[in-house]
Design a binder for this molecule. Structure first.
Ligand SMILES: Cc1cc2nc3c(=O)[nH]c(=O)nc-3n(C[C@H](O)[C@H](O)[C@H](O)COP(=O)(O)OP(=O)(O)OC[C@H]3O[C@@H](n4cnc5c(N)ncnc54)[C@H](O)[C@@H]3O)c2cc1C
Length: 449
């Protein structure tokens, strides 16, 4: 049997690794080829060392509260290289109204804190009495939050969270796709506050942010090393055609036929690769992100808080989404006596961000660090990484459209879908769906053996 994986980002690599594992388990041999358009594997993930700093241009880590990435690390014998955030680094902040506010992790902290005004708090408390929507219909994140918690909660709590995860616009993003758990809690408990009281949890995300001593790219290099036939790089699959019971892939230098194909490419690439899904793919927008690294002598950042980092509200007036205190979160991210802060800017609200001159991005990042953290000294080390199309944006109605896309693919036989364009943007989502797509493809191939 032959299988192809198109795209060697984390989703495609997880699917390829899963395919080998599943077919070995089921006792049949597989000829597997993984095609990657660029000269390197990893897609969004890249970790590089410069002047003693470890620069992550994509994810900083993943939460250890979901199993898929940890299991993958274990399969790859990487468990000994895992590192987790220290407790003091868990503190997160929101910058609004010219001030940095700690994100409350318990109800008492929320009530005592000044992030939300007394009127805003009262409105949030009234959530308990807001009539619940028990149906499975979708709406935007903003509409859901305004309806249940009020506008101030949207501006100061959920809006920054949308920036932090999606660099997105709450008015355009689907609640069912972006934060399905919130709608589920409304349906099941009638109110988010009632759900928190019953489940006993509020505040920040569960679990510890986890990475590898050498950075997130360690997962990519280990996956690549675990694929006996390797990854074919600079290999863009341009067209896919049905050939009897197989699929023919057209590549620059020729064609190859596979019994099963896993797509693990961004929506804007899938659009041309598999036109029956072009309608949905065309409606998935992407946010640009600039990642600006600033390295300081620690004496220059005295007074700046410890913790994980901060997110800015849209109304805060910064041309930055927020910053991550990279060297606080994990050891080995900056040389001794130095501190690394990574400022993210762009997002769907700043669509031209990826084309801004580097000096402008550096200037605005410096202003953000001064306003939020009081850092007045110029960094002694700077670098900039850009993503033109960083994070997919799930439009309202997306879950139903994804189901329709899955039906279209199922009717075609032999085509399987993975990737952050469809199954969640987190590292854990990508590894989970990669493994699922592999299991589905292996089951299909086993049936044809
Ligand atoms: C700045 C930033 C910070 C992030 N931070 C976090 C974080 O802290 N935690 C977290 O959990 N997640 C984070 N994420 C999200 C997470 O990193 C991504 O969702 C994930 O890495 C996407 O993996 P993927 O394989 O689905 O897609 P991609 O990485 O986009 O990979 C797709 C691959 O397909 C290839 N390709 C496209 N078309 C073709 C073709 N026709 N033929 C062959 N190959 C093709 C591309 O070249 C690419 O390599 C972050 C993302 C960004 C951008």
């Amino acid at each position: 049997m032959r299988a192809a994986v198109i795209g060697a980002g984390l989703s495609g690599l997880s699917a390829a690794f899963g395919l080998l594992k599943e077919t070995r388990k089921r006792g049949f041999s597989l000829e597997l080829r993984v095609f990657e358009k660029k000269e390197r594997a990893g897609g969004t993930i890249s970790s590089r060392r410069e002047e003693g700093y470890l620069l992550e241009s994509g994810p900083n880590g993943f939460l250890d509260s979901k199993p898929s990435t940890l299991e993958l690390a274990e399969d790859l014998r990487l468990s000994g290289e895992l590192i987790a955030t220290a407790a003091p680094a868990a503190r997160r902040y929101i910058y609004t109204g010219g001030k940095l506010h700690p994100v409350p992790s318990r109800p008492q902290e929320f009530l005592a804190g000044g992030l939300v005004s007394p009127a805003g708090k009262l409105r949030m408390a009234l959530e308990f009495f807001v009539r619940a929507r028990r149906d499975y219909g979708d709406e935007s994140v903003a509409s859901f939050v305004r309806r249940r918690l009020g506008s101030e909660a949207l501006e100061k709590l959920i809006g920054p969270m949308v920036s932090g995860i999606y660099a997105g616009d709450p008015d355009a993003l689907s609640i069912m796709a972006a934060f399905p758990r919130m709608r589920q809690l409304e349906r099941e408990y009638g109110s988010l506050l009632a759900a928190m009281a019953r489940i006993g949890r509020g505040g920040g995300p569960p679990g510890k942010l986890t990475s590898f001593a050498g950075g997130m790219e360690r997962l990519v290099t280990a996956l690549e090393a675990a694929l006996p036939s390797g990854i074919e790089k600079n290999a863009t699959v341009s067209v896919l055609r049905r050939r009897g019971a197989r699929w023919e892939l057209a590549l620059g230098g020729g064609t190859w036929e596979a019994d099963a194909v896993v797509f693990a490419v961004p929506a804007y690439n899938l659009k041309t690769l598999f036109p029956p899904l072009s309608g949905l793919c065309g409606r998935i927008g992407y946010a640009p992100i600039n990642v600006f690294y600033a390295g300081f002598d620690t004496s220059g950042t005295a007074g700046a808080p410890d913790g994980f980092g901060f997110l800015a509200t849209r109304q805060a007036g910064l041309r930055a989404l927020g910053a991550v205190f990279s060297s606080n979160i994990f050891a080995g991210r900056a040389p001794d006596g130095r501190r690394l802060v990574t400022v993210m800017s762009g997002g769907v609200m700043d669509p031209g961000a990826a084309d801004r001159p580097e000096t402008d991005v550096a200037g605005d990042s410096g202003k953000a660090l001064e306003a939020a953290l009081g850092i007045k000294t110029a960094p002694e080390f700077t670098r900039l990484a850009r993503h033109r199309a960083a994070i997919p944006q799930y439009p309202v109605g997306f879950p139903a459209e994804r189901e329709a896309a899955e039906r279209t693919l199922a009717a075609e036989k032999g085509l399987f879908l993975a990737g952050n364009a469809f199954y969640g943007v987190g590292v854990n989502d990508c590894t989970k769906r990669g493994a699922e797509a592999a299991a589905l493809a292996a089951g299909y191939l086993a049936g044809r053996e």
